[in-house]
Write a new protein. Sequence first.
Lengths: 313, 255
Amino acid sequence: MKSADGAKRWLLVGIALAVVASYFTPQFNRYYLGIAIDCGINIILAVSLNLINGHTGQFSLGHAGFMAVGGYTAAKFSLVFEAMVPDSLKPLLFVAALTLGGLIAALAGLGVGVPSLRLKGDYLAIVTLGFGEIIRVVVQNMESVGAASGLKNIPKWTTLGWTFALAAITIYAVASLVNSTYGRGFIAVSDDEVAASSMGINPVRYKVTAFVTGAFFAGIAGGLYAHHKQFLSPTGFDFLKSIDIVVMVILGGMGRTAGVVIAAIILTLLPEFLRQFADYRMIIYSLLIIGLMMARPQGLFTLSFKKKGAASV
Amino acid sequence: MSADILELNQATIRFGGLTAVSELSLRIGSNELIGLIGPNGAGKTTAFNLITGVYQPTDGEIKFAGKPTAGTKPHDLTKVGIARTFQNIRLFGSLSVFDNVRVATQLHRSQGILDALWRGKGFRSAEKEVERQVLELLDIFDLGKLRDEEAKSLPYGDQRRLEIVRALATKPKLLLLDEPAAGMNPTEKEELMHLIKFIRDKFNIAIMLVEHDMKVVMGICQRIYVLEYGIKIAEGTPDDIQSNPKVIAAYLGTE
Ligand SMILES: Nc1ncnc2c1ncn2[C@@H]1O[C@H](COP(=O)(O)OP(=O)(O)OP(=O)(O)O)[C@@H](O)[C@H]1O
Ligand SMILES: [Mg+2]
């Protein structure tokens, strides 16, 4: 039984590593650096979606939509205030932009989640699918964020350090949420909603909490992405992006944080090695999932992470 | 036995054309152990679902601790003191024995999402306290050794027992048991009878028992209500019930 201090210590180690990494960043090849940052962003997306789809047993297809909300919010905020702020305060502005992006995405999550999570069944999948498309269409027609031609010249503030530190925080947040008396409620709700409510757990509140928390981190990931690519276009946040993240969660084994992290890394690297097969990516994904369902329904990477009794992490 | 903890006045529920429970009136004293029996499909489980707020009565009234429960959600009724087990066991299969009970303790805590993230001193000592309570409860019911087992991997009898322990962890004033002896062998049934009486006395609560095994029901219940086709056909002490011709015709006669 590791103490809760242990969990915080791991978080600090993660952040320290991120800081060290960012110190050596200038010596990295830019191409590899870019991929490493992509990995970190995808880890945030996958781990936060895992709270919704894995631990709490919902099925959201809207993660790219929340990423877009966070990304556009953060980018617009940076673009507006960039000129007014001296260089020394730029990191602060970046933090403010990311936080705002996360909060607005969470707010959008609340708006989508409250009505659809009250209903039983697969409404969430349908509603989130629609939500993602609506966001895309709205952005496409909003001149203030560049409409269809995209939002350009976003300051390049995302570094390896920021990305890994935020990935560490996301992993910590989801893991420590789930590994608490409060957070076991998420798993209880996913196991048996009727039994959970007879234990005094309000299933709707739990599902909304998971959904909003997940949306928050997707928004943060969107902000990192915006300040990494320096360019946002509505097509980057389509339905296929949501599917990418869902595949990471399924491949990693729903509800297994470590597995989902590994899956996020592999599925970020794989397309880089298989550039010539890019057109077939969705076909490969479908085959992968079908194969996985048949061979290892518990997920690829679920070796030693059995849920144990007392608070670990 | 002072005031009644539960009171049903003419509670009725219809599903389309079927009246599953019809004008049912009953009451339970705060430390009583009563039985609710009747043939298959008589409406016993439906009565439990009405009491726990899973269904709202079409007509009539239900009062818990003197207050009408109409419109209250199941999870809020658990908070005021109604706990239950299910006819077809509903444990949290992927959680451990320990966590099944732990989840049920949280409704009496103030800790929420932010505390779980920050993990301050107060949170950690509260978690320790919960752990202590859970282990104590598990030990009372001899489930301590199994604490790290996945709930769905337990033998049937242990699952039934764990479900009762989990319900108790919510600190109820009224415990509803839906066929707890189903699937148990005679020895286990004997132990269960002791267990139920023990719970009533140790935790000082009211218990309502739905059970098909007449030996169990007659052996431990102080009073018994009998349902048939959703209608109450008899009530009284085990002796009264056993000699009631209506009951014999409806129920015991067909055994
Ligand atoms: N949600 C529902 N919708 C429609 N009919 C229902 C519903 N729930 C129960 N019923 C019907 O109500 C009647 C009473 O069912 P109930 O489950 O309460 O019986 P029971 O006394 O618990 O029987 P058993 O001993 O078999 O458990 C049955 O005819 C059942 O089909
Ligand atoms: Mg029944």
